[in-house]
Design a protein around this ligand. Structure first.
Ligand SMILES: Nc1ncnc2c1ncn2[C@@H]1O[C@H](COP(=O)(O)OP(=O)(O)OP(=O)(O)O)[C@@H](O)[C@H]1O
Ligand SMILES: [Mg+2]
Length: 396
């Protein structure tokens, strides 16, 4: 796997059960995945020599991020390396303009968009209207970096000029009036088998995903079914191999538009580690190894994932002690820590809380209770502070 972050770390965890060894190409021996697999190649994902060393003798090469330059991927393919997803598919997760154009051509719903090669293109797109616009660097963004939500055309023009100045391609699109953000995760094997998990709701704060509710509460069955079919169709049409995440916006009138694609395990699928028969990490491996895919049935009426983000003020209490206290209060919380140093806003882990049997996704109190416990747990792990004022000594 190219990249040694938490996605590679959790993929390695799944690889163990399949009798596989996951070699990772990591930047440092301290990277989350490099800490846990014995098979580490140290190097950069934009160094062909490092990529070749990582690929040597591997059955298949896959990714924990989309930042490997396409021309290097083509070289690996020319070497005879089995690259999954293939570069021809992966480009749609690497370049937002290529993705928008292709999805548009497939008839998939996307926001109105245009390529920007000069700041004046933004004015042409706005066509005289002074409106909120979204300007995006077409490559290299993550966690909302490379995305500017501009309040008016002037601000959008400025953002476009800044991106262009730094030499990156740019696109402008309408700001979608949305109810909420959703995601649908699918997997496709080279054999052509497809599998899809239920549509989830993703809650973002400051451009970072903080919470995922699986399945998305209150989502119309027809809309959910259509989203699943859309993800499978995109996977097929693009020739995806592995997990495909389709980030969606639910518009104010209840329709769906595609935001972006990822072709790897995705934050919106972390709930599957504890809330589904098959986790996204196992499924990604099954797909790239061309095994039959696993059952994606949820194990509970609702599963909530809350990200543990590094606090502004890193607590003096050690993480070990925080985990200790957390488990004392919530024995059923499933903790996944990435072995990363704590830095403000950094994703350092997540917590899954699986709803008790007998509840229903349509029961607002039941869902709110699971969400609340996941949020309390994640905040405790990052801040060493119970937001509801809970005190263990009151329990005695
Ligand atoms: N057209 C749009 N209209 C409204 N909001 C948008 C639009 N495009 C993006 N956003 C908001 O900005 C966030 C980040 O956008 P996007 O997913 O394209 O960025 P990213 O940094 O590549 O992704 P990620 O955070 O998934 O790594 C979205 O989750 C959404 O909240
Ligand atoms: Mg996104």
């Amino acid at each position: 796997m190219i990249g040694g972050g938490q996605l590679a770390r959790m993929t390695h965890q799944a690889a163990i059960a399949l009798g596989q060894r996951l070699r990772v190409l990591a930047v440092t021996p301290d990277d989350p995945a490099a800490q846990v697999t014995p098979d580490v190649v140290i190097g950069s994902h934009d160094d062909l020599d490092a990529l070749r060393r990582a690929a040597a003798g591997a059955d298949v090469v896959t990714f924990d991020h989309e930042h490997v330059p396409p021309e290097l991927l083509d070289k690996l393919v020319a070497d005879g390396v089995n690259v999954a997803p293939p570069p021809s598919a992966l480009i749609h997760a690497q370049d937002k303009l290529v993705m928008r154009r292709r999805l548009d051509a497939l008839g998939a719903p996307v926001p109105r968009f245009a390529a920007v090669t000069a700041p004046a293109d933004v004015d042409a797109f706005a066509a005289g209207a002074d409106t909120a616009l979204v300007v995006k660097a077409v490559r290299g963004g993550y966690d909302g970096r490379g995305v500017t939500l501009a309040r008016d055309t002037a601000q959008a023009r400025e953002a476009a000029a800044d991106f262009l100045q730094s030499g990156v391609g740019v696109l402008v699109e309408e700001k979608v009036e949305m109810r909420r953000e959703l995601a649908v995760l699918a997997a496709r094997s080279p054999f052509g088998q497809g599998a899809v998990w239920p549509v989830v709701e993703t809650v973002q704060r400051d451009g970072i995903c903080v919470e995922v509710i699986a399945p998305a509460p209150g989502l119309d069955d027809d809309v959910a079914g259509a989203a699943g079919r859309l993800a499978l169709r995109i996977a097929d049409e693009l020739g995806v191999v592995g997990v495909l995440a389709v980030e969606l916006f639910e518009t104010v009138d209840g329709g769906l538009v595609v935001n972006e694609l990822a072709m790897r395990p995705h934050n919106s699928g972390h709930w599957t580690m504890d809330g589904s028969r098959t986790s996204q990490f196992e499924q990604h491996l099954r797909a790239v190894l061309d095994y039959p895919l696993g059952d994606t049935t949820p194990l509970a009426p609702v599963t909530v994932m809350a990200n543990v983000l590094g606090a502004q003020q890193i607590p003096t209490m050690s993480m070990d002690e925080r985990v200790h206290h957390l488990f004392a209060r919530f024995p059923d919380a499933k903790v996944h820590l990435y072995g990363k140093a704590e830095r403000p806003g950094r994703k350092i882990g997540h917590v899954n809380v699986v709803g008790a049997p007998g509840g229903s996704i349509d029961d607002a109190d039941y869902v709110a209770d699971v969400r609340n416990r996941a949020a309390l747990a994640a905040h405790w792990l990052s801040h060493a502070e119970w937001t509801d004022g809970w005190d263990p000594h009151d329990e005695r």
